[in-house]
Design a binder for this molecule. Sequence first.
Ligand code: NDP
Length: 299
Amino acid sequence: MSSNTGQQPAVTVLGLGPMGRALAGAFLDAGLRTTVWNRTPGRDQELVVRGAVGARSAEEAVAASPLTVVCVVDYDAADAILRPGAVTGALKGRTLVNLSADTPARARESAAWAAGHGIDYLDGAIMTPAPTIGTPDAVFLHSGPQDLYHRHRPVLDALGGTHTHLGEDPGRAAAYDIALLDIFWTAMAGYAHALALAKAEGVTARELAPFAQGIGAILPPLFEEFAEDVDSGGFSGAINPLTSAASSMAHIIHTSEAHGIDAGVMRATEGLARRAIGLGHGGDGFIRVAELLGRSAGK
Ligand code: NDP
């Protein structure tokens, strides 16, 4: 950034949880004039020591910069900050980038609200943890008007990592976020269950770790392979048909329940596999379940 001109771009960050602090810290490191505000006072102290301006109100914070980034727990929290009249009024004619996580529907509703109040609006999602911000590992997804995104891209680039504009539909970044976190949390549920099961069998988390990594490494190439299959309507079970997968799932359920461990997550998975088999798809691969689930959504 052009810190040597005395005319550094200015940016405001609303919300100073771990992620908001990381965003503001990256803007400061890039030499931007950074104004910060948080509902609970005092969370700005370290940032102010590093050169941020600590605003006394959200309205004052928004008025300090052409671009405001809001990053709080969800859109209820963002609305609580942004929708009081004084703050909405201060945002008029400026740009708001909402990097809080919520649903695609809330993102679209926020974009409509912003449009109704003369606020330029981009929605976004952050796909990596706070310590990655300002490093090449950070991953940001954006959606909303393309020209607006390109206009603010130089400031967003100060956050490091990769930035991808996914389209004009303001809900698109949240749609990717929801789908990707679906992968993450269901995988984490499987991992947590596996740790409990392994412990009951006398295997420590440390002992399991290298093999857990091996199983995890199988997944990334499958994402590529299944993307081809699913988009072209193919669900090949040549390597591992659903009948075989369901049998393997049943072993996990029996072992869990023999140890008195709740097998709910695996029961749900096995239930989906059995439903697909019942509908005559036993020779297909497990990913047939995606098509089955989509049927009830009419997609
Ligand atoms: P949290 O999700 O815990 O959010 C904390 C922030 O929300 C604080 O600034 C808090 O203010 C504010 N807040 C909560 N309720 C309200 C309210 N009613 N009115 C005003 N402000 C409110 O912390 P993070 O910073 O970690 O996350 C922010 C967003 O970033 C979330 O949507 C999260 O999903 C996303 N994210 C976070 C990642 C991470 O590694 N932390 C990774 C990727 C995405 P106060 O201090 O006053 O309570």
